[in-house]
Design a protein around this ligand. Structure first.
Ligand code: FES
Length: 118
């Protein structure tokens, strides 16, 4: 189950009824993780991937609308809208999280699920 940053459960139908493409939504869905971003794409629909915290020390990256990049508040690592690193100081891209939508619920999984996570 995915919770918004404010701790409220996110229902897919309600989210998509008000969503606009390119909106990023801070959520908590994985244990031992701070927060991740769900991405809303054209449709609207929820992208099949979520953006995870920065690879350096695990800070939550912030979306900079003007630069169209995620920027880490720690040492300024930068990533594009799909989590790919923009040179220095980070040396690799953000690991993506799989997003599974089923029966009006969103589930985040660390990698492609071998079993049904919902
Ligand atoms: S945690 Fe992102 S640069 Fe340090």
């Amino acid at each position: 189950m995915v919770l918004a940053k404010d701790g409220k459960e996110i229902e897919v139908n309600a989210l998509l009824a008000t969503a606009k493409p390119e909106i990023l939504i801070l959520v908590k869905g994985l244990p031992d993780r701070s927060v991740d971003y769900l991405i809303i794409q054209d449709g609207p629909q929820i992208a099949e991937y979520a953006i995870s915290p920065c690879i350096h020390l695990g800070c939550t990256v912030e979306w900079d609308l003007e630069k169209n990049q995620f920027i880490c508040p720690c040492y300024g690592s930068q990533y594009d809208s799909q989590g790919r690193v923009v040179p220095v100081p980070a040396k690799r891209s953000l690991p993506l999280i799989s997003v599974v939508v089923k029966q009006n619920q969103i589930c985040l999984v660390d990698r492609k699920p071998a079993v049904d996570p919902c």
